[in-house]
Design a protein around this ligand. Structure first.
Ligand code: CTP
Length: 401
């Protein structure tokens, strides 16, 4: 979302400015053109050469540099986004008052482009009524305030509010702000996404599950939120961290997943079923742990679970877009086509787990997407984030009347 954009990165004087170096690098890696603006305080912590080397772009420090007399206006009005990270209590106070006594604050007064602020400061400074009021004012004026979060501060290891959000979190907000400012993408749409495996208990200790890692569904949720959607992610047990901004509903069994889908579905503009719900569950569950008895066999009786896409069909919002996945081992496309029809889907994302780099627990995937109208796209092996983007591109087109 930030590729090709001109992002102004304002850095003020806080210890969190070391994380702004990572932010500058990440923005550049995503293809953004980054112009860094440092306050005098920032240069006490990090030098201009660091940002110049990371962004391959100019680093500005003063309104008085020869040849840069109008920078504060052009940066504030011709860029795509301004990010201030870290935003110290002092910069926040000056911005709230409309003071313009250095390049960064002059630019903020002139800004017509969206502004994202990532505050970072001592917890007492954050709790001060003046800071709270200043932040509230800036939020009311339309700036996006990201964090601060609770964590160890410079003063010591104890966890307190005031820590600057991590670069990835700031990036996710930045992408969403740019997309929303253009009113494109999935802005305002409600997306319901499922991810991960389920667990069907055998007894209090053991369960039946599958190898789904939840990565694909989490990437879809992440990208959808960055594109402006309101996202609910229903996920089975996974080690994936919750995506920024997304409402996460944790579930364990296929029956819980089905119930959660049924509850949220009537309000969803889009359902993307990336979860791998268990297809079978034990007919009975032991109340205590079954002991191992040497040499004995143990036969489990399993019953098929409900097909969630099929059994919730009547709960779909009229006109909504429904996307399913098909993970096959061999003859994947024709099996996927059969599921597209049977489950009454708009799109199906098919992959073959027997291919290297595709399927469970890897960061890449090679998929074929089939549409109800007969369209077919064979994507190359790529990251699951890219696959998520490709799926959402097609969903967006189906949502546009
Ligand atoms: N799915 C579902 N309910 C289930 C199992 C799967 O809604 N109980 C959904 C999956 O989330 C996926 C699609 O159906 O979007 C296809 O899942 P898949 O496991 O490939 O197919 P199944 O319908 O389970 O058929 P089979 O396992 O026999 O291939």
């Amino acid at each position: 979302m930030l590729a090709g954009r001109h992002v102004v990165l304002g850095v003020s004087g806080g210890i969190a400015s070391y994380k702004s170096c990572l932010l500058a690098r990440a923005l550049t890696e995503q293809g953004a053109r980054v112009t860094t603006v440092l306050t005098r305080g920032a240069t006490e912590f990090v030098g201009p050469a660091t940002f110049e080397a990371l962004t391959h772009r100019p680093v500005l420090r003063s309104v008085w540099d020869p040849g840069h007399a109008l920078d504060h206006i052009t940066l504030a009005q011709d860029s795509d986004l301004i990010i201030v990270a870290p935003a110290t209590a002092h910069v926040i106070a000056r911005a709230a008052q409309g003071l313009a006594d250095d390049l960064l604050t002059t630019m903020l007064v002139a800004a017509t482009v969206p502004v994202v602020l990532a505050p970072a400061m001592n917890d007492d400074m954050l709790a001060h009524p003046a800071t709270a009021r200043n932040l509230e004012q800036l939020r009311a004026r339309g700036m996006t305030i990201v964090g601060p979060e609770i964590g160890p501060l410079a003063e010591g290891p104890s966890e307190r509010p005031g820590r600057m959000s991590e670069p990835d979190t700031i990036l996710a907000h930045a992408a969403r702000v740019v997309v929303r400012s253009e009113g494109t993408g999935l802005d305002g749409k409600r997306l319901l996404i499922t991810a991960g495996p389920t667990r069907e208990a055998i007894d209090p200790i053991r369960f039946i599950s599958n190898r789904s890692s939840g990565k694909m569904g989490h990437r879809v949720a992440e990208v959808a939120w960055e594109r402006g959607a309101e996202v609910t992610l229903i996920t089975g047990p996974t080690t994936e961290p919750p995506p920024v901004g997304v409402t996460v509903v944790p579930v364990e069994t296929a029956a819980q997943l089905a119930a959660a889908v049924r509850r949220a579905l009537p309000r969803a503009d889009v359902l993307i079923m990336a979860a791998a719900p268990g297809d079978y569950r034990p007919t009975t569950q032991g109340e205590t742990k079954r002991k191992r008895e040497g040499g004995k066999t143990w036969t489990l009786e399993l019953k098929a679970t409900d097909d969630i896409l099929l059994t919730t069909k009547a709960d779909r919002k009229p006109g909504s877009v429904v996307v399913g996945f098909a993970l096959e081992t061999g003859d994947a496309v024709s099996k996927g086509q059969a599921k597209l029809t049977k489950k009454d889907l708009d799109l199906i994302v098919i992959n073959d787990a027997s291919e290297p780099g595709a399927g469970f627990d890897v960061d890449t995937n090679r998929v074929t997407i089939l549409a109800k109208d007969g369209n077919r796209w064979d994507l190359p092996l790529t990251s699951k984030r890219e696959v998520a983007g490709a799926i959402l591109d097609r969903v967006e087109r189906l949502l546009v009347p």
